[in-house]
Structures are given as structure tokens and as C-alpha cells.
Design a protein around this ligand. Structure first.
Ligand code: ADP
Ligand code: MG
Length: 283
């Protein structure tokens, strides 16, 4: 039987925009010592804007080829490129493959196009100028017919309450660790900005799983918060899986134990507080 107080706790959470899928999760969240978090769409807004376009090709042709391929994808990176090229004619891409954690490969007007991170270009043995490695922004690197063609830099902003949520968790004795598929240079910069002591970038989805499994093996009590399709396996693995419910993917929301309806990281702090209050009423 479930103690009555937990029904009150779930109701209180729900009135605060926090959907708790079972009373046991309100109890588990009070035992958390580590919050592992995704970056894009979780601590940052997940809305990228194009900053710069660098190419040796005709600029419009380069943008049109890249955006045509990206029009296939719903990834936040892809959306930024497509919206930036909204004045240009786009073609429907064919034979498209979305390669998780890398980007896209496909055909646009009989040209073979790759658009993604440097891992993608390496995977297809495309040579590129080494200076690109040092860029401290998220980039979409592009190859056309097997040859490097240029890159687009894009930027995202941290959410208003990310820093304060992390600071408050620290006061509660909870350490935050950030995991991302984005470049390490970008991940490190944002971790510093948010005063997160540990962060890992350049991760493939399975890399996120490995890190969380490792922490669990060390006896840590983990909550993981994320928004993407590729976060679902880590959400499932964690003691408490949390999803961003506003712009989050269906896979993340379905797998999660707790769903934050307005995507604010500070709601994680609220959930822990509600868990603590509920516990004090039950016992
Ligand atoms: P995360 O949500 O943690 O950033 P993802 O696995 O979704 O991780 O993406 C990792 C990286 O792969 C992105 O930062 C981006 O560089 C690249 N990427 C993924 N999908 C695309 C895409 N459609 N176009 C360009 N790059 C992409
Ligand atoms: Mg994400």
C-alpha cells in the first residue's frame, strides 16, 4: 500500500508543472547524490542560430546544398541551418542517412553531401584544414562529393535558471555532471559558465550510458535529465530518469520517471524539495 502523503506529493508536484509517474520516484529523488545532465535542450535552450559561414564554394550554393540535406532532420542543429537558408531554393534530399551523434549523409541534386561534426568527416575519410579543430563553437562541417567544402558555426544560449539550479543543488550536497554529444571545447565553455565541475563532450549516445553505468557501479545515486531521443537509454538506466517535456522528444518523455513540463532546470530542485516535504509528512 502507498502512504497517503505520496498522493499529496504527486499533486503538489503536478501543480508545479512536474509530472511524477509513481510515488516511489518522489522517495528516490530525495536519495540522489549526483545529477547527470545533457547539455543541448536541457541546460541550454536548444535553439541554435547561425553565426558564420565559411566556404570556398559559392556561398548561396553551399548554403542551399547544406540546408537541403538538413531539411531531412529535426535535430536542433539542422533546424538552425534550414531557417538561416529560408530565402534560398532547397531541393528534396534523397538516400539520406541520419548517423546518430555525427550528422547526415545524402544526395542533393546528384551530389553526395555530408553535413555534421568532424567525427562525421573523419568517418568518411574526408580531409579538412586542421584549424577547424580549434574552433570553440558548435559547427556543421560540410563535404560535397567526398571533398571538404566549408563549415557553418552555430550558437545556443544557456537557459535563464540553469546556473542558479546547479548552485542550489550544490548547496543541497548534489554534484552535477554534464554529458554532451557536442564538441568538448563547447561543452567545457558552458560547464565553466554554469560552474559545473565535471563535464564530458564529444560523446556518442552509448558513451553517455557508459559514464552513468560507471557512476552507478561506484555506488552513486543518479538522477539523469535530458531531452533527446538519444537520452532515452540513460534516462532508463538512472535511479531517477527526468525528461524535459516541452520541447523534449517522445522517447525521452515516455521513458522518464519524472517529466518537467516547462523545461526549466530549477524544477529539478523543486522536485527534490517536494520529495523531502512529502517524506516528512509520511513518516
Ligand atoms: P547532444 O544532444 O548531446 O548534443 P547528439 O547526439 O544529438 O547530442 O548530437 C551530437 C552532435 O552530432 C551534435 O552536436 C552535432 O555536432 C552532430 N549532429 C547530430 N545531428 C546533426 C545534424 N542533423 N546535422 C549536423 N550535425 C549533427
Ligand atoms: Mg539534448
Amino acid at each position: 500500500s502507498i502512504p497517503l502523503g505520496y498522493f499529496g506529493g504527486i499533486g503538489l508536484a503536478s501543480r508545479n508543472g512536474i509530472l511524477v509517474k509513481g510515488s516511489n520516484f518522489l522517495d528516490s529523488i530525495t536519495k540522489i547524490d549526483t545529477l547527470v545532465t545533457d547539455k543541448t535542450g536541457t541546460l541550454t535552450k536548444g535553439v541554435f542560430n547561425v553565426q558564420k559561414v565559411e566556404t570556398g564554394l559559392d556561398r548561396n550554393n553551399f548554403l542551399s546544398l547544406t540546408a537541403s540535406l538538413e531539411s531531412y532532420s529535426t535535430h536542433p542543429v539542422a533546424k538552425a541551418v534550414v531557417s538561416y537558408a529560408s530565402d534560398l531554393p532547397l531541393s528534396k534530399p534523397t538516400e539520406v542517412e541520419e548517423i546518430s551523434g555525427h550528422g547526415l549523409k545524402g544526395k542533393v541534386n546528384d551530389q553526395q553531401v555530408l553535413a555534421g561534426n568532424l567525427k562525421l568527416l573523419k568517418k568518411y575519410s574526408v580531409l579538412y584544414p586542421s584549424e577547424i579543430e580549434t574552433i570553440v563553437e558548435t559547427i556543421v562541417a560540410v563535404a560535397v562529393d567526398g571533398k571538404y567544402a566549408g563549415y557553418i558555426t552555430i550558437a545556443d544560449e544557456v537557459k535563464e535558471d540553469s546556473a542558479s539550479a546547479i548552485a542550489e543543488l550544490k548547496k543541497m550536497g548534489i554534484e552535477t555532471i554534464m554529458l554532451s554529444g557536442d564538441k568538448s571545447a563547447v561543452t567545457d565553455k558552458i560547464a565553466k559558465q554554469l560552474a559545473i565541475t565535471q563535464s564530458y563532450g564529444d560523446l556518442l549516445p552509448e558513451g553517455k550510458v557508459e559514464i552513468v553505468q560507471d557512476l552507478k557501479n561506484k555506488g552513486k545515486h543518479i538522477a539523469f535529465v535530458g531531452d533527446g531521443v538519444n537520452d532515452a537509454p540513460v534516462i532508463a538506466l538512472s535511479d531517477v530518469g527526468i525528461a524535459m517535456g516541452g520541447l523534449g522528444s517522445d522517447a525521452a518523455i515516455e521513458t522518464a520517471d519524472i517529466v518537467i513540463q516547462n523545461d526549466q532546470p530549477s524544477k529539478i530542485v523543486s522536485a527534490i524539495k517536494i520529495g523531502r516535504i512529502t517524506k516528512s509528512i509520511v513518516y
